[in-house]
Design a protein around this ligand. Structure first.
Ligand SMILES: [Zn+2]
Ligand SMILES: [Zn+2]
Length: 314
């Protein structure tokens, strides 16, 4: 909730006229409690989990031949019922874990208005809703920090989850899909959802930002996860131009190898796996496929460049 009763008061406090975007923000949020704005994340997540995987899923179900050249594991075809079961399980996780977590996590993320210098367990992150709104450059810089921090922490948590106990008790659920689909991005044991949710708040705690930045962070992170689990490597994917970005093929290989996988642990970028030497299996595999292609063999795959061979070289 903004501490101004009118737009004139807000502009007086800013010392300038509001930009059109700030005027919109003032109009729609000035009287809305911050907690309600924070809870918009629940709606955004529901929309993203439901709509973002839908175009690729519909293409796969309705036009499998047209998209087959881009499918990473063309031999795997899931039925409509399997897609529906995955979405239903994700909704269960959403309503029983993700949604409630959003509702109760607000005390940890709210801005330290009452005592700006204090840091305690009840206000660790410091998301604010005030004016002025951040510039596009500030938002982009903060999002980059959030992605880098989360990627690094997720790499190590994910790697630990591939230990015997972590895999059998928790991470095995996420690997039920050896050929992932977009809907399966949040498909995981409830404990994994909680554990891997923590790094999402570390970036905002290091570089506290505006509520708008936090909304964008939550949405972009989930859209990214859905894209990397899509099971398709489309040539026109814009994320291909992001340096060190892993993408669908990179993470699909991790699912393809399965529980024994000691390769491609990172969720967003490739640099952690490169630095810590956990992309060797993947690189060897890519080299093997390139060799097969050069020899004119494709190991029975649909195309010569469209997926993984039978050899699990992790
Ligand atoms: Zn894994
Ligand atoms: Zn995955």
């Amino acid at each position: 909730m903004l501490p101004y009763a009118t737009a004139a008061e807000a502009e007086a406090a800013l010392g300038r006229a509001m930009t059109p975007v700030e005027a919109l923000w003032f109009r729609y949020t000035a009287a809305v409690p911050d907690y309600h704005l924070y809870c918009c994340n629940i709606l955004f997540l529901f929309v993203v989990f439901t709509l973002a995987p839908l175009p690729v899923a519909l293409l796969e179900l309705r036009a499998p031949t047209a998209v087959a050249p881009y499918k990473l594991q063309p031999r795997v075809r899931l039925s409509k019922a399997e897609f529906a079961r995955c979405y239903k399980d994700v909704l269960r996780i959403f309503f029983f874990v993700i949604g409630p977590l959003q509702l109760v996590s607000y005390p940890a993320v709210k801005v330290r208005l009452a005592s700006p210098s204090s840091v305690n367990l009840c206000n660790m992150v410091g998301i604010h809703t005030r004016l002025p709104l951040p510039s596009l450059g500030e938002i982009a810089a903060q999002l980059l920090v959030y992605f880098l921090v989360e990627d690094y922490l997720n790499y190590w948590i994910h790697r630990l989850l591939h230990g015997e106990w972590g895999y059998q008790k928790i991470h095995r659920v996420h690997h039920e899909f050896t050929a992932p689909i977009g809907f399966a991005a949040p498909y995981a044991h409830w404990a994994e959802v909680l554990i891997l949710g923590i790094p999402s708040f570390v970036g905002p705690a290091i570089a506290p930002g505006h509520m708008i930045t936090f909304w964008l962070w939550i949405v972009f992170r989930q859209v990214e996860a859905i894209e990397t689990h899509s099971g398709f490597d489309f040539p026109f994917t814009p994320t291909k131009y992001i340096p060190f970005y892993g993408g669908a093929e990179y993470h699909d290989y991790h699912h393809y190898v399965g529980g024994q996988s000691q390769s491609n642990f990172a969720s967003v970028f490739t640099y952690c796996d490169y630095i810590y030497g956990t992309d060797k299996g993947y690189r060897f595999h890519k080299a093997y496929l390139a060799k097969l292609k050069a020899l004119g063999q494709n190991d029975g795959m649909k195309g010569d460049d469209d997926g993984f061979s039978n050899a699990k070289l992790d």
